[in-house]
Design a protein around this ligand. Structure first.
Ligand SMILES: O=C(O)CCC(=O)C(=O)O
Length: 255
């Protein structure tokens, strides 16, 4: 058991963590949630996965998008002021919620999430600082599917979308990234990694007997405009290309 110590907040997060994030495009932040919160959010994520259909239909993960709209407990996690305050300190600009997703890798799922950048999937213009908080709701050692990042890859802003089901996709789009350093970050329950939306990342397969339960809160620059590109979050909304993504679906955070 890990000994209890203080939660990390935006106020006590060291300046070296902020500098590390700005240099590399990701950072590990321990203890963003208290242990009793982790248990409550973990159980809510598992319960939601039993009553909701996964958006992803393959074996990579069970993907529950905009869980905060479906479940009051997960809503508190997605809108969590501590997560949002740390995200804002790292990004250094005002943020909004873009969306969340609960991602569960089932026991022995056999499939990694392959290297990709997030931003090319999104219908976003004017969002240079968007980032994700990937929160571990259980212990996530390497064997359960923690994240691996390529430092500095967020500077590759020109790349077309990569396929997270194809292990060669990122390296076909950008061959030189194949030879860059990779950093793998196991997490204890309640820890978090933050990654910039252009940071190339992957997650291992879960080869353990327990599900890997992660909840990802995705923040965008408060000024982000809609491009009209198809996306599951924006398709049902009556939006016009060029408008700022704002309103109740995209609240300012921290509130
Ligand atoms: O958790 C995973 O398997 C992948 C997560 C991911 O790609 C993301 O949060 O952007």
């Amino acid at each position: 058991m890990r000994t209890a110590s203080a939660r990390t907040t935006a106020d006590n997060l060291g300046e070296e963590a902020v500098e590390y994030y700005r240099r590399n495009g990701f950072v590990r932040v321990p203890r963003v949630l208290a242990p009793d919160e982790v248990r409550e959010f973990h159980d809510a994520a598992i319960a939601l996965s039993k009553r909701t259909e996964s958006l992803h239909k393959g074996a990579i993960f069970t993907q529950l998008v905009n869980a905060w709209r479906e479940d009051e407990v997960l809503r508190r996690l997605t809108l969590h002021p501590n997560l949002a305050s740390i995200a804002e300190r790292l990004a250094g600009v005002p943020l909004r919620l873009w969306h969340d997703q609960t991602l569960i890798k089932q026991p022995h799922n056999q499939r990694p999430t392959e290297f990709h950048q997030d931003q090319p999937y999104w219908p976003h213009a004017d969002s240079p600082s968007s980032l994700s908080a990937w929160v571990a709701l259980c212990d996530v050692p390497v064997e359960r599917g923690c994240m691996t990042f390529i430092p500095g890859s967020f500077r590759r802003t020109e790349l077309r979308a990569q396929n997270l089901a194809d292990p060669r996709s990122l390296f076909e789009v950008c061959p030189d990234l194949e030879w860059d350093e990779r950093v793998t970050l196991p997490l204890r329950a309640g820890d978090c990694t933050f990654h910039h939306s252009r940071t190339a990342h992957m997650a291992n397969a879960n080869v353990t007997d327990e599900p890997r339960v992660a909840h990802v809160v995705i923040y965008m620059d408060a000024t982000t405009r809609y491009t009209g590109q198809p996306h599951v979050v924006t398709d049902p909304l009556d939006l016009k290309a060029g408008q700022v993504l704002e309103g109740e679906m995209f609240p300012r955070l921290p509130a």
